[in-house]
Ligand binder design. Structure first.
Ligand code: ATP
Ligand code: MG
Length: 426
């Protein structure tokens, strides 16, 4: 079956699933393979549960009339997504970068949704499966699409661009994240820069954070560039306050200020990006303001919360050297007594891991804290004067034993450190 034939089936059955537990009546089930499972084995079950068809790549699992046998299920999913994309003549904005992709995407989504029927990546579905699934969720009534693209190695963003065919693009920043897969910071820039390369070759438009000289350099040659920043650009805004919530004063491209519900000055570029995109697409200023002011982060991304007498910045969604430094800088500048750092190890740093943890320890040492708790990974291999634990649960138990009160905590670590578990003990 070729992609056009499959597309006509998709148009009859536009709800695509890869997980039998989420299947609804009439869905299309794509039997993907993973490191520890073979989706083909679930094809019959999917059909029993109501799937219209199951797309499989192993003849042994055929169910007559109900399975569609292809060479490779993942490739077929990607080809179908690309074909669907090609039927949509609307702006497609791709977002990548080391930090802040999801937050920026959510802010832009809120902004554009005020005025346009906008589809976007759900949660963090930003990989080789998430990108095509996101595209296949877009219906014909769409006026805008925003696609988050994550990457941990070279070539990945280029391959996602080849499916999503973005007309517009935004790189939040290039920092020290996924150093292992990219082979250092230069590799990160090259990898994220694949989005700019695509825009350059396809008459695209880029939204560029003009404060970052490396992004200026990287974006050279893109036919249309919209600049945002704190000093120069089409949209200029500055930090009014970030204690604890960020507010931004605009000096160009937007009138007045915006009071957000985001913690941390590191969210400033994310807000500027949303304003720049909103203005570019002619969203009214008041709609932009309401959209950004109304956005409340979820899923442990820089959430401010109270637990008993303790105040907490929960930023346990992920961490890398750049976002750790940004979070600690921000925390040190906010008002409050009895500040406690509760930091989990940073994952995926490869050969630079020990050195990056050492640098972080030195960074922490530049200031006085009521307490510093370090959890897991390379923190356990290094010499330092701080309390350390194997796991976030053990750290949590320590908090409970000590009955920590009246403190202001920053909780942050890589996803694998599961630092949010500390909360249960506070
Ligand atoms: P992932 O790679 O997991 O998809 P992401 O790039 O989507 O991450 P977010 O989920 O938006 O990033 O934010 C995760 C954390 O990164 C935030 O809680 C915050 O600590 C940090 N962060 C967000 N924006 C920035 C920024 N512009 N610069 C530095 N750090 C940031
Ligand atoms: Mg994300």
């Amino acid at each position: 079956m070729n992609v056009e034939q499959l597309y006509s089936i998709y148009l009859q059955h536009p709800s695509v699933q890869t997980d039998t537990r989420k299947l609804g009546q009439g869905d299309l089930f794509f039997a993907l393979k993973g490191p520890s499972f073979n989706g083909n084995q679930f094809a019959a079950k999917a059909i029993e549960s109501g799937a219209a068809y199951a797309i499989i790549d192993d003849v042994a699992f055929e169910v007559p009339g109900r399975t569609i046998l292809v060479q490779d299920v993942l490739q077929t999913l990607q080809q179908l997504a690309k074909y669907h994309r090609q039927q949509l003549s609307i702006p497609f904005l791709a977002i990548t970068g080391s930090n802040g992709k999801t937050t920026t995407k959510e802010l832009i989504h809120a902004t554009l949704s005020s005025t346009y029927k906008t589809y976007t990546t759900e949660g963090n579905l930003n990989n080789h499966i998430g990108v095509p699934l996101t595209i296949l969720k877009i219906r014909m009534d769409a006026e805008m699409a925003i696609i988050e693209m994550g990457a941990n190695h070279l070539g990945e963003i280029a391959s996602y661009c080849d499916i999503a065919l973005p007309t517009h693009g935004l790189i939040t920043n290039c920092g020290k994240a996924h150093l292992e897969g990219f082979g250092g910071e230069e590799g990160v820039r090259k990898g994220k820069g694949e989005l700019y390369d695509f825009l350059r070759d396809h008459q695209g438009t880029a939204f560029v954070m003009w404060d970052y000289t490396y992004l200026r350099e990287m974006s050279k040659g893109i036919p249309r560039i919209i600049q945002y920043g704190t000093e120069e650009g089409d949209v200029i805004g500055n930090l009014l306050d970030s204690d604890p919530f960020l507010s931004v004063q605009f000096n160009k491209g937007f009138s007045g200020s915006i009071q957000t519900q985001l913690v941390g000055s590191y969210n400033l570029p994310n807000v500027l990006a949303a304003v720049a995109v909103g203005r570019f697409f002619n969203v009214a200023e008041e709609s932009i303001r309401q959209a950004i002011e109304g956005y409340v982060p979820s899923n442990s991304r820089s959430q401010l919360m109270l637990k008993g007498s303790n105040k907490i910045i929960l930023d346990a969604y992920n961490a890398n050297p750049s976002s750790m430094k940004a979070a600690i800088d921000n925390f040190s500048k906010t008002d409050g007594d009895n500040k406690v750092l509760v930091l989990g190890a940073m994952a995926e740093l490869g050969a630079e891991s020990i050195q990056e943890h050492q640098t972080l320890i030195e960074e922490i040492g530049k200031q006085a804290w009521k307490e510093v708790i370090l959890v897991g990974g390379d923190f356990l291999k290094l010499q330092h004067p701080y309390r350390s634990f194997q796991s976030s649960i053990e750290a949590g138990q320590w908090f409970k034993e000590q009955n920590v009160q009246d403190s202001y905590l920053l909780i942050k670590g890589s996803r694998s450190a599961q630092m949010e578990k500390v909360l249960e003990y506070l």
